[in-house]
Design a protein around this ligand. Sequence first.
Ligand SMILES: [Zn+2]
Length: 73
Amino acid sequence: MIAHSTIDGVKACDMLKIYCKCGNIVSLDKGMIWTKKNLRKKIECTACRNRRISFDIEYLNGLFDGTLDEALA
Ligand SMILES: [Zn+2]
């Protein structure tokens, strides 16, 4: 008997609760944690991920704008 793990068929016992650095609880199934560890990705909650992504975008935008200004000067 082979147990397949699908997105719809995640069992409750396969869910792990991990604290994000901000204190929020992140629910992930074991497969997802394994994947993230393999990819060396940090486990973070949605709020932290959104904050990080928007920070990255702003940083890159600033960098890009600065480069553009230099190129035009
Ligand atoms: Zn967080």
